[in-house]
Design a protein around this ligand. Structure first.
Ligand code: ATP
Length: 787
């Protein structure tokens, strides 16, 4: 750089002298500068002989780099070098000032001291004032800039000096320094000549080359502009953390294991890359060619929900067709739809396998995507075998057709010790987002040792040694990996979720449930409450109790908002209606089983109650995950009986932070009894002796005992509760062991007055006995009439 500057200066100084200047590139810098100084001295001598009058103040050029030749319009430098007026070359009619500038510049460049720089600046000042050091420095730099940029215009002096000067400079800038007497030639490129030509990186390679250039937008993540715009139009403006981490990985064509907290936007994280890929296919995909993507989810409601988001996204791409195939729907109608062609299928596993095996018109030989949402739940529900069969069928078909290898992704908010088997079964060299995965002895294992934090979702690579996109190291690359110590799986629960538990004696469970519902859904509060129970019978019983019997028994409704029920024994139509009703209602209570625990995105759920504890801590996480979604506030309560309190330590081992709450203030939400009860209540503490709770329990028990259907439903609920308690996994038996249950108190909590032995007999037997008794009674009546 310095050499180039010096070379240019040589040309300037050589204009006005008889002394030939050494222009060879081999001439040392020092020699050239000495020559310049000599020239300057000679010139000063000549100048002083020619001019005795003091130099006139120079006219300041109007604009840097502008030509001040009369009659010629001032030219603007094509690129704005940001030059200040102080830096503009001064106009001197006889070129003397110019030479002063040059001499000073030489001095400055040689000495590089402030005095020389000041001399340079002073020479530039039209009024002869000395510029500040900064200005001088800036001026010097600007000179260089102009010269290098090749855009400077020079003031024209007497005798065509400026024209010569210009010509020489031009020649030099063009790399042609050949002039008479100068044998040496060299090629110099014009500074800025090798400008950026704007060569475009092919769209498909943009992500490869630049990475996720702007992870704050969907387009920046690599999604097509049209899709990003469409997402914005349907209110997905900024990608969530899991979307930022997972979308680029999937767009790169990698299989992936993706883990992120509940309500963090996983659905879009897998739908967006699928839609991006399918809309980009040329020629356009034709629905008649069959299915290009399959998404499997464990429950029908979740399938419907995913399908809804998909439909919304496909509105922009009308040639892509989405649809769901669910158990419980009409199989023939589904067949007909598959025959017409469904580009993206969202399915529950059982029905999907059924169609893969039995529906000839279900073409999957072009399949490009397979996503298993809530993958660990699919295993819990025993779908592993079905999934293995499906993967086998799909692989066989694509293999026979010789089509592209399918891309597969597993999504879940919780890990599972067996997830590795499913991953090995279906994934090829996967990237893991949000948790680490390792291949140990050819077996992919998913480590629960990695803390899955939101930050980890953004940059899990830091922990797992993966790449910058948030994808962890490829398991395949780490075959030497040593098995990590089995540590409790660490869950990432939204921080804004407030979690509390009540220790509720079994006898008070029903009253405490009523109190909590009343406390959350009183008329002055808009609340959506989800209550989880362990059995369908339990849901049925409590739903009828609270929607009908409660009012009859107490004279007041429990709450004024609607109470819904959702469980797996309902007809599909009823399930769908309830699901949609609860989605759209502003306030309400949903009594449900774990069918609603996974993935369902009910808007504005403010509170969760786990009336029956869930068992596996992972299920706890999914249940509470129905609230506090996407940064919203939420509350979650858990009811535990005193003998179950060790469950709290278990949850805490899994990074769940839950505080205790006092039961007594909660019971105050119960209506006060009309008549104070006679005598002191029996009980260990104030809650157990609570008047309101005792009064309510008596009223409900009386009402149930007089309602045969309710009594039967209570019995069914009791039996189902005990059964579900008995099937807790062995690891949880120390906490939830059926032998620790006081069955009399359990029966009481279902408002039953009968002894547990009576209730424990199967409903059918009871029914038979009752029918027998009725028949005997009628026969007796007939006989007595005849007599
Ligand atoms: N980028 C986004 N911008 C705004 N809202 C979003 C975005 N992504 C997702 N959402 C919304 O966030 C909510 C939760 O998303 P989603 O249901 O995909 O979460 P999830 O991680 O799958 O939860 P779960 O683990 O419970 O299944 C939905 O209402 C969804 O519409």
């Amino acid at each position: 750089m310095e050499d180039e500057d010096d070379g240019l200066m040589l040309n300037f100084t050589g204009l006005d002298t008889e002394t030939p200047l050494p222009t060879s590139r081999k001439t040392s810098k020092k020699e050239r500068r000495v020559a310049q100084l000599k020239q300057r001295r000679n010139k000063q001598k000549q100048g002083s002989a020619r001019h005795h009058a003091p130099a006139q103040p120079q006219q300041r050029p109007q604009k840097s780099g502008a030509v001040d030749t009369p009659g010629r319009p001032a030219k603007q430098a094509p690129c704005d070098s940001g030059r200040t007026d102080a830096a503009a070359p001064a106009v001197d009619s006889d070129g003397e000032a110019e030479n002063d500038i040059l001499a000073a510049a030489v001095a400055a460049s040689m000495a590089r001291d402030s005095a020389a720089a000041a001399a340079l600046a002073a020479a530039r000042q039209p009024d002869g004032n000395v510029a500040s050091d900064d200005e001088a420095e800036a001026g010097g730099d600007d000179d260089d800039d102009d010269l290098q940029g090749g855009t400077v215009s020079f003031p024209t002096g007497k005798n065509g000096l400026r024209a010569q000067q210009k010509k020489r400079l031009k020649a030099q800038q063009q790399g042609d320094t050949k002039s008479k007497g100068e044998a040496k030639t060299y090629v110099r490129h014009k500074q800025g000549e090798l400008v950026h030509t704007g060569g475009q990186v092919p769209a498909a390679q943009q992500l490869e080359v630049f990475g996720p250039v702007d992870s704050t937008t969907f387009h920046g993540l690599g999604l097509a502009q049209s899709l990003a715009e469409h997402l914005e139009a349907i209110n997905f403006t900024t990608p969530t953390r899991v979307q930022r981490a997972a979308i680029p990985v999937l767009l790169k064509g990698r299989d992936a294991l993706v883990n992120a907290p509940t309500g963090s936007g996983k659905t879009l994280a897998f739908l967006a890359p699928i839609v991006h890929d399918l809309q980009a296919q040329f020629p356009r995909l034709n629905r008649a060619d069959g299915t290009y993507a399959i998404i499997i989810a464990p429950t029908r409601e979740l399938c419907m929900q995913i399908c809804d988001v998909l439909t919304l996204m496909l509105r922009r791409y009308v040639w892509l067709v989405g649809g769901s195939i669910l158990g419980g729907e009409n199989r023939n109608k589904e067949k007909a739809r598959l025959r017409k062609g469904v580009t993206v299928v969202v399915a529950s596993p059982g029905r999907l396998l059924d169609h893969l095996q039995n529906t000839e018109a279900f073409h999957t030989q072009e399949l490009r995507w397979l996503v298993l949402d809530e993958a660990d739940r699919l295993l819990d529900l025993g779908f592993e075998q079905k999934i293995a069969e499906m993967v086998d069928i799909l692989d066989r078909r694509t293999g026979e057709a010789g089509t592209r290898r399918r891309q597969t992704a597993l999504f879940s908010a919780t890990l599972h010790s067996n997830l590795g088997q499913l991953a090995t079964l279906s994934l090829h060299n996967p990237a893991s987002v949000g948790f680490s995965a390792q291949l140990i002895n050819g077996q992919l294992t998913v480590s629960g040792a990695t803390v899955i934090t939101s930050a980890a979702t953004d940059k899990p690579a830091a922990k797992a040694g993966g790449d910058e996109d948030g994808a962890a190291a490829q398991p395949g690359a780490d075959r030497q990996a040593v098995a990590e110590e089995a540590a409790p799986e660490q869950f990432n629960i939204p921080t804004q979720l407030r979690q509390r538990y009540y220790e509720v004696p079994c006898k008070l469970r029903l009253a405490a449930l009523a109190a909590l519902i009343r406390s959350q859904c009183h008329p002055s509060k808009l609340c959506k409450l989800v209550v989880f129970m362990s059995s369908c019978d339990g849901v049925e019983f409590h739903h009828r109790l609270f929607t009908q019997l409660y009012h009859e028994a107490t004279g007041l409704p429990l709450v004024t908002c609607p109470i819904f029920k959702l469980h797996g024994n309902l007809e599909q139509a009823a399930r769908t209606r309830t699901f949609l009703d609860f989605v759209h209602c502003k306030t309400g209570v949903l009594l449900c089983t774990d069918v609603a625990a996974r993935g369902l995105d009910f808007p504005s759920v403010s509170c969760i109650l786990q009336y029956d504890p869930p068992g596996e801590p992972a299920e706890y996480v999914h249940r509470v995950g129905r609230t506090a979604r996407l940064g919203q506030q939420g509350e979650a309560f858990l009811f535990l009986m005193p003998q179950e309190r060790d469950y709290i330590s278990l949850l805490q081992d899994h990074n769940v932070s839950i505080a205790s709450a006092d039961l007594l203030p909660l019971l105050k939400w119960l209506p006060a009894p009309k008549k104070p009860s006679q005598g002191a209540r029996q009980g260990e503490n104030a809650a157990e002796r609570h008047e309101g709770a005792f009064a309510l329990q008596s009223m409900l028990a009386n009402a149930v005992s007089q309602d045969l259907k309710m009594k039967q439903m209570g019995g069914d609920a009791f039996r189902s509760y005990v059964r579900s308690y008995a099937i807790h996994p062995a690891s949880l038996k120390p906490i939830f062991h059926v032998r620790k249950l006081h069955l009399g108190h359990v029966a009481y909590s279902f408002a039953l007055k009968d002894t547990p032995t009576m209730i424990g007999q199967s409903g059918t037997k009871m029914e038979k006995r009752k029918r027998k008794a009725d028949v005997a009674m009628r026969a007796k009546n007939k006989r007595s009439k005849r007599v």
